[in-house]
Design a protein around this ligand. Structure first.
Ligand SMILES: NC(=O)C1=CN([C@@H]2O[C@H](COP(=O)(O)OP(=O)(O)OC[C@H]3O[C@@H](n4cnc5c(N)ncnc54)[C@H](OP(=O)(O)O)[C@@H]3O)[C@@H](O)[C@H]2O)C=CC1
Ligand SMILES: O=C(CO)[C@H](O)[C@H](O)COP(=O)(O)O
Length: 480
């Protein structure tokens, strides 16, 4: 064990899966790291297993932990989100001094972060809501880090976080996202996109199993090949690995013994809730979130088994062409999901005054995080070309890329519907694409109906103003 009487540069409290590895990552980068956990045995275990990896200062009590830090103090809280985070912060507040920094690196809901930031400001403390993505492995070897909070706190914290983050082309996957809850907001949308990405991958897999009768192992090969092209990403890479895996108990493909009920801890749901509040149509993320809920709707699914399908039988003659179509449909749908997610970030940035640079967000997602992907470079370039780009899929690169896959996308969504294979994320992404490019939408009829039953008024195409038609009387239009 390497102990030290030196005041620690930074402290980590909460030494579970993520906190333990973040502390090790910091220590491996030469920082003296104070470590603490509610249950002391975990702290002892860390010291026993990894104490020789750097300079740690273990403490059993929170008071000793805080006392072991150099001032102004920087404390990273990595505990369960919600009540546990509040409990830990409350204890820390009584021990810290003005100018100290509290970093919540868990998956907090951004309104909680905004509340905590305001409360700690009253005590003269900086509160940084900080998104961290990359799971256990990323926390140790380089995650993507999305810190919010004040610019002043980033001046102290930023160099440490940038040092331990993943790096792509020498550039850290960490930057100051913006004030207040901006960091946790961006992490939340990252997770929402993660839901959409996984749902699209699952739909592609399901279609190919049904249409081609392919085995999981054959499909592992397809995903591995896709990972060498435009779709290159961590999630495609691990899809190949999961599909290739054999269950040691039964000898069956692993995916065939896993129950088909997708769970969630809540970040996808929060993304959709926030999108509803902001009025941003994140249809890909919403479909992915609802698809998880549907998969877990056991009574409904049991009752639904008896429903008629009237589905055509698959008869794919050109397997390679079908696989290419699925790949193109997946890529186009993925671009839509990201475009929607970035719209949501722009809307929140405007609503809360966060001034988030979307290109920088794509840049820090290139490495370390779960949605890391080759095409994020293209997103950064699109926002560098046009910082206030209103629609990512309208950027020339993405317009071409989606246009190239459009025929395939339509074929796949049509075939899936005809053959009774559910593809909610593929289909809703295509519907979004067609809606966003439509010259006129049927919202005109909705406005007419709203005016009819509720005198809710409407605008006209040919003149300014607000109007109401006297539907119950003479059907004459009036200025409203
Ligand atoms: N796992 C992942 O891939 C990722 C997780 N996150 C987020 O990171 C945070 C931590 O996750 P993870 O490391 O996986 O969780 P773990 O379940 O591995 O660890 C939970 C930690 O929280 C502590 N804790 C729980 N309740 C309390 C409490 N009331 N008071 C003090 N400490 C408490 C536990 O302490 P004790 O040992 O005493 O029980 C333990 O240190 C969560 O917010 C999670 O959402 C973020 C990105 C990825
Ligand atoms: O934050 C993460 C990665 O970035 C976690 O892995 C995420 O919590 C997983 O979410 P869910 O359990 O809802 O699928």
């Amino acid at each position: 064990m390497t102990g030290s009487s030196t005041a620690a540069h930074i402290g980590v409290t909460g030494l579970g899966v993520m906190g333990r590895n973040l502390a090790r990552n910091l220590a491996r980068h030469g920082y003296t790291v104070a470590v603490h956990n509610r249950t002391y045995a975990r702290t002892q275990q860390l010291m026993e297993d990894h104490g020789d990896e750097g300079t740690f200062v273990p403490s059993e009590s929170t008071a000793d932990f805080v006392a072991s830090l150099a001032t102004p103090r920087t404390v990273v809280v990595m505990v369960k989100a919600g009540g546990p985070t509040d409990a830990v912060i409350e204890e820390l507040v009584g021990l810290l001094e003005p100018g100290d920094i509290v970093v919540d690196a868990g998956n907090a809901h951004f309104p909680d972060t905004m509340r905590r930031e305001a409360a700690l400001r009253e005590h003269g403390l900086h509160f940084v809501g900080c998104g961290v993505s990359g799971g256990e492995e990323g926390a140790l070897n380089g995650p993507s880090i999305m810190p919010g909070g004040s610019a002043q706190s980033y001046a102290t914290l930023g160099p440490m976080l940038e040092a331990i983050s993943a790096h792509v082309d020498g550039v850290p996957c960490c930057t100051h996202v913006g004030p207040g809850g901006a960091g946790h907001f961006v992490k939340m949308v990252h997770n929402g996109i993660e839901y959409a990405d996984m749902q699209l991958i699952a739909e592609a897999y399901d279609l190919m199993r049904h249409a081609l009768g392919a085995t999981p192992s054959e499909l592992a090969q397809v995903f591995a090949e896709w990972n060498a092209g435009d779709l290159e990403s961590y999630l495609i890479e691990i899809t190949a690995k999961v599909l290739e895996h054999t269950d040691p108990v039964t000898g069956s493909a692993f995916v065939d013994v896993v129950a088909d009920r997708a769970e969630q801890k809540g970040t996808g749901r929060w993304t959709v809730q926030s999108a509803l509040d902001l009025g941003v149509p994140v249809t890909g993320i919403a479909e992915a979130t609802f698809a998880r809920a549907l998969s877990g709707s056991v009574p409904q699914r049991t009752a639904g088994q008896a429903l008629p399908g009237h589905a055509a039988r698959w008869d794919v003659t050109d397997r390679e062409a079908f696989i290419t179509d699925v790949r193109k449909a997946l890529y186009a749908s993925k671009v839509v999901a990201y475009s929607q997610g970035f719209d949501q970030i722009a809307a929140a940035s405007a609503e809360y005054g966060w001034d988030i640079d979307r290109g920088a967000m794509a840049r820090i997602w290139r490495g370390g995080c779960i949605i890391r992907a080759k095409f994020l470079d293209r997103i950064t370039q699109a926002y560098e070309r046009t910082p206030d780009l209103p629609l990512l899929i309208a950027d020339p690169y993405f317009a071409d890329a989606v246009g190239d896959g459009l025929d395939a996308w339509r074929r796949i969504v049509g075939l899936a519907a005809a053959h009774g294979v559910p593809t909610p994320a593929f289909a809703s992404s295509l519907a979004y694409y067609d809606a966003i490019r439509a010259e006129r939408l049927p919202a005109n009829l909705i406005q007419g109906l709203r005016d009819y039953f509720g005198a809710h008024t409407y605008h006209r195409t040919d003149t300014d103003g607000v109007f109401h038609t006297d539907w119950s009387g003479d059907h004459v239009e009036h200025d409203a």
